[in-house]
Design a protein around this ligand. Structure first.
Ligand code: HAM
Length: 428
């Protein structure tokens, strides 16, 4: 490493001129989750490695290639979470949330996730996911609710070019039947596939279908489709999910090849893509699906679940592509200019008083001249400016200047905050 330490590859800083966007999105998330009655859950950023091996699946790309795994000083194998579902389900089981009287338990989370992937636009090594999980119901209406929440968040920030892609992965019986068909299909020519796929054939042939290496092999296009192996119950479930989506007026396209990259899914699987121009290879904004069985796999009682996750990074990218501006930063309300040391001391007290009254206030801390301070007030978009010098100190009054109109009003020190509060309430 040289003298100049840089942020690790695939990570980045959210700088002050960008943070208002993040805050607006986070505020929308909280507002929307409240409307849908999803409560926040916060889980640790690292977990026992085994959780993800068992939860996400030890043949997935995430677990085999992308995890940040390390031994801690007590020689435990820990992993920075690559996704949120396994952790949330672990917590659901550990804290016996299945015993709560109101099921399903509807949860949401936002926080950093870590995957060792090749960085590019919309693909980072540390990224922030917003996700929801509804655990404890296998009502197809909750599938539609979860999907609707994801769509609604995108709409609420102003995105329009969205495409919901839907599939059913079926129940265990359907999946076993499909699995056998896949083995039969690929086995005779499996030596033409990459070594990963050769392992997948034995362990989890479905994973072959989302192999990035062999995606153009002719056998891929002719592979047996899950849709043809759905048993009656699975088909009926899928039909109901679609019926509820129709009821909500949410459009979707069915893609029988949508398999998702994590092992815990069954029945409903979905992704929300962006159709905006300018995207590179990555257009998936959000992914999710049903995971009946995951709670049992992690040691809990039968509690079927469904959820999704989306990264804020890809949401921001979609906003950029659709040229939607969000995150107006709040302008400063009062800038106080002090001409000398005595008035600076008083000004310092006044800005504290303003802040205590819920009025944003600032002053100069670098000893600049009047003119430079005026410019600074301008740049900060100050609504009012107060100049304090000998005259003001002698009279105990200031001229409160409203920048938009140029109007000045004489106000006693003690009445500055009250006057501005009154003006603010008149504006509203
Ligand atoms: P996932 O498809 O692996 O699913 O990721 C969900 C979303 O996280 C993606 O659609 C994308 O927005 C974002 N994402 C993933 N990797 C990156 C990355 N390297 N950089 C930026 N964004 C990324 C899950 O994580 C499941 N836990 C979703 C889920 C919740 N299923 C049920 N419940």
């Amino acid at each position: 490493m040289g003298n100049n330490i840089q942020a690790p590859r695939g990570t980045y800083d959210v700088l002050p001129d960008q943070s208002a966007k993040w805050q607006e999105i986070e505020a929308k998330i909280i507002e929307l989750c409240n409307l849908y009655q999803y409560k926040e859950i916060r889980t640790p950023i690292f977990e026992h490695t085994e959780l993800f091996q068992r939860g996400v699946g030890d043949t997935t790309d995430i677990v085999t290639k992308e995890m940040y795994t390390f031994q801690d000083r007590g020689d435990r194998s820990l992993t920075l979470r690559p996704e949120g579902t396994a952790s949330v389900v672990r917590s659901f089981v550990e804290n016996k949330l299945f015993g709560l009287p109101d099921q399903p338990v509807k949860l949401f989370y936002t926080g950093p996730m870590f995957r060792y992937e090749r960085p590019q636009a919309g693909r980072m090594r540390q990224f922030v996911q917003f996700g929801v999980e509804a655990i404890g119901s296998k009502d197809p209406a909750i599938d539609a609710e979860v999907i609707s929440l994801a769509m609604e968040l995108y709409r609420s920030v102003g995105l329009k070019r969205l495409r919901l892609v839907l599939n059913s992965l079926g129940d265990t019986e359907s999946r076993i039947a499909h699995r056998e068909a896949l083995v039969k299909h690929f086995k005779p020519r499996i030596n033409e596939f990459c070594s990963d796929c050769q392992t997948r054939l034995e362990k989890n042939p479905l994973r072959i279908l989302d192999c990035k290496v062999d995606r153009d092999h002719p056998l891929m296009a002719t592979a047996p489709s899950l849709a043809d192996y759905l048993n009656e119950e699975s088909q009926a479930y899928f039909d109901q999910v679609k019926m509820y989506l129709d009821e909500l007026g949410i459009e979707y396209v069915i893609d029988p090849n949508l398999v998702r990259g994590l092992d815990y899914y069954n029945h409903t699987a979905f992704e929300i893509m962006s159709d905006a121009e300018g995207f590179g290879a990555i257009t998936t904004l959000c992914g999710g699906g049903r995971y009946n069985g995951l709670v049992e796999d992690l040691g809990g009682p039968e509690s079927p679940g469904i959820g999704f996750a989306m990264s804020i990074e890809r949401l921001l990218l979609a906003l950029e592509m659709e040229k939607v501006e969000i995150g107006q930063s709040q302008n400063l309300e009062v800038y106080v200019i002090a001409m000398d040391d005595a008035s600076k001391k008083k000004a310092f007290g006044i800005i504290k008083e303003l802040r205590s009254n819920g009025i944003s206030a600032d002053m100069d801390y670098t000893g600049r001249k009047l003119k430079a301070q005026m410019k600074s007030a301008d740049r900060k978009g100050a609504a009012y400016v107060i100049v304090m010098g000998e005259t003001e100190m002698a009279s105990g009054q200031v001229a409160l200047k409203e920048m938009a109109t140029g109007e000045q009003q004489t106000v006693a020190f003690a009445e500055i905050a009250g006057t501005i509060t009154k003006k603010k309430s008149l504006e509203e």
